[in-house]
Write a protein of this length. Structure first.
Length: 694
């Protein structure tokens, strides 16, 4: 068993090896390597599968009670300063390894079907493998400085993958937006790391928490400064896990291929933020003000994401705001001290959100056969409907994921979300109310998405809807629709041309995706439905396994006494309230988007301002553009004026003075001694006159 732990470093190295081999091949023998499509995919999937098996073995060993394992070596030293690197395998790391490797393995199988005709097929696999390796390295990092190294690698890989189709303008803009937004959080994280090291003299998580506590108690460091340091560290997860106000990059990240959307939203980038909060829990839990900030940040993010998702028509962006909302739940749980509940939801969410995103990719793949490869059309739910008839596997698995995220028992999301709400109510009923209302909104927008996509008549061939979407597309591109611009007749002709091209190359109706895409959906449906049973409140095995290092929680007993001690009344009240609000949301969605007994358009007109607020994402992007983008440009222009008129002016003035004085003095240098004597006489005479006057 010890041999297993000694070679645990191979888990991130295996996918790194795959990325390195493909990368070297693409750089050195690009054309030849690009042709080895099936060989490359089999190679990467095999290495990721090996890492998954290795991770499963380590996880099982930890479940069986093996002590945490730590392997360190000296990486750098200077005098008394020593920096160690290595890896650690404990309960949290083992759990995250299993989540990341299983989701990555299934995403890579799915990629073979989704990217089958893409010319960048091999390059995409290389990026995916590097992304997985970076996240796995972050998970087993034993200290903050090593976490930061892999943290930046994860950010770099997200930049490459979001902008994978770099020849598309929106994709290029999206990857830059993600990169810049995350730099803000990463800068705060770096400052926090350095500040905590200055205060505690260590980068080790547990040791840092203990020393910080001693410093605060002894008066060596004020609680306010400790809070500032912790909040700076928290800025990193705010950006990585798309928390308000640094959430704006996440919806735009949907410009990347769907497999990477699934990986980012389920197990890698956004999960890294919640993971870091869990690792830093020994520091955060000692500072009440920081815990309050964390909790309210999560609550606001959860509600904000849900309020925006209810009006989105792009299926991927709707799921993106759903991820933002669910991440808010996890962060809120951490803020109220529900460490286990937050990580439990991280685990359940990873599986059903991966399935939902891969399901959306399957839908898009089918819609492209009808409407062509225009993302604006293939991803718009207004052109979908009735897909359950044509894509039954995708529909069933998507419904399972929808039920899970809505918190309907016995699906996985119910147990984790209910635990978060119950823990939150015990700390703050106001926070619980925000989470409870968000749960209702979640059920509404997810079933709105399901009914619009899979139920009712198929609308993909509706010419009026296509024309309307083309019109909206032109508006989004900022094209003028006034006099002299494309008139409605031209728009009709353009729509008909697109339809002719679609009819020439595609079919009238979508079809089910290939096995490479449906197999991962079927596999993910199992944990989406059942994995929540390991964390039921009357036998919470998950809590017993994942407890923080600062607590000593015994394993949950399976005895009759444990079941008898369980408060069924509290569970039924809290669980019933969360299911009740979810059923209300589902009912409203059914009346609006399935039976059409309520006209959502009429409601939107009655609350036009609120509808536009949600549709335009609370105008946060517009505010950021006006304040930061245009504001920074205005500041840059002012700085340029100062540089040109003052800085350059002073430099030019100095040169001009030197030129003039040089030109003047050169006439005094004639080489005649009598002339020099005359100058000296004149200078002495001038000094005598001046001294006489004074």
């Amino acid at each position: 068993m010890e041999l297993l732990y000694q070679y645990a470093w191979l888990i991130p190295v295996l996918p790194l090896l795959g990325a390195m081999v493909l990368g070297i091949g693409l750089i050195s023998y690009s054309k030849f390597t690009s042709q080895l499509r099936q060989v490359s995919s089999a190679f990467i999937v095999t290495l990721t599968g090996a890492a998954m098996v290795f991770s499963g073995a380590l996880f099982w060993s930890q479940v069986q009670g093996h002590a945490p394992y730590r392997q360190m070596f000296e990486w750098a030293s200077a005098g008394d300063f020593q920096l160690s690197m290595g890896y650690t395998i404990d309960h949290l790391a083992a759990l995250m390894l299993v989540i990341v490797t299983t989701v990555a393995f299934l995403v890579m199988i799915y990629t073979d079907g989704y990217m089958a005709h893409d010319p960048g097929y091999v390059r995409f696999y290389a990026y995916l493998s590097l992304f997985s390796s970076s996240m796995l390295g972050l998970v087993i990092s034993p200290n903050l400085i090593q976490v930061y190294v892999f943290w930046e690698l994860v950010g770099m890989c997200s930049y490459l993958l979001i902008g994978f189709w770099y020849d598309r303008g929106p994709a290029a803009d999206a990857c830059q937006k993600a990169f810049v937004t995350n730099r803000i959080g990463d800068f705060g994280l770096l400052l926090g790391i350095l500040a905590l090291f200055w205060a505690t003299g260590t980068f080790e998580f547990d040791l840092m928490g203990d020393r910080l506590s001693d410093l605060v108690q002894s008066g060596g460091l004020s609680l306010a400064w400790a809070g500032v340091f912790a909040v700076l560290v928290f800025l990193g997860p705010v950006a990585k896990s798309a928390q308000f106000p640094l959430h704006v990059w996440l919806p735009d990240a949907m410009e990347g291929p769907t497999p990477i959307s699934a990986l980012i939203h389920a197990a890698t980038m956004v999960a890294a933020g919640v993971f870091l909060i869990a690792r830093m829990f020994p520091v955060f839990e000692q500072i009440p003000s920081v815990m309050t900030i964390v909790a309210w940040t999560g609550a606001v993010t959860a509600f904000l994401g849900a309020s925006i998702a209810i009006t989105q028509n792009d299926i991927k962006k709707g799921l993106a705001y759903s991820t933002m909302s669910q991440l808010g739940y996890m962060v809120m749980a951490m803020g109220v001290g529900a460490y286990g509940a937050g990580l439990f939801h991280l685990m359940t969410h990873a599986y059903f959100k991966a399935m939902l995103f891969l399901g959306s990719g399957s839908v898009i793949h089918g819609m492209e056969e009808v409407v062509g490869h225009d993302p604006a059309l293939a991803q718009d739910m207004r052109l979908m409907g009735g897909l359950r008839k044509y894509m039954p596997i995708t529909a069933i698995t998507f419904l399972i994921g929808t039920l899970a995220i809505c918190g309907i028992p016995p699906f996985a999301g119910f147990w984790s979300k209910d635990e978060i709400l119950g823990s939150t109510f015990a700390v703050s009923p106001v926070l619980w109310l925000v989470g409870w209302l968000t749960a209702g909104a979640t059920a509404f927008y997810m079933f709105r998405m399901y009914f619009s996509t899979f139920e009712g008549p198929f609308r993909g061939n509706d010419k009026e809807i296509r024309q309307q979407l083309q019109y909206e597309k032109l508006q989004r591109l900022g094209l003028s629709l006034g006099p002299g611009a494309m008139n409605p007749q031209e728009l009709v002709l353009q729509t008909e041309a697109d339809e002719h091209e679609a009819a020439h190359h595609h079919s009238d109706f979508p079809h089910e995706s290939p096995l490479a895409m449906t197999f991962p959906l079927m596999v993910l449906a199992v944990p989406s439905a059942l994995i929540g049973l390991v964390g039921t409140p009357f036998a919470d095995y998950f809590e017993a396994f994942i407890h923080p290092h600062t607590e000593a929680i015994a394993a949950v007993a399976e005895s009759a006494e444990a079941l008898e001690a369980f408060d069924w009344n509290e569970f039924l009240i809290m669980g019933g309230s969360s299911v009740g609000i979810a059923l209300i949301g589902i009912t409203l969605a059914s009346l609006m988007y399935r039976s059409r007994q309520i006209d959502p358009g009429a409601i939107a007109k009655q609350i036009e301002s609120l509808y536009q607020l949600s549709l335009n994402k609370w105008y946060i992007d517009e505010i950021y553009d006006a304040v930061f983008v245009k504001g920074s440009r205005g500041l840059a222009k002012q700085v340029l004026e100062v540089d040109v008129r003052i800085v350059d002016g002073l430099v030019n003035l100095a040169g001009f003075v030197a030129l003039v004085t040089g030109e003047g003095l050169k006439y005094l240098e004639n080489g005649r001694a009598q002339f020099y004597a005359l100058i000296v006489f004149g200078a002495v005479l001038g000094l005598v006159l001046i001294s006489g006057l004074t």
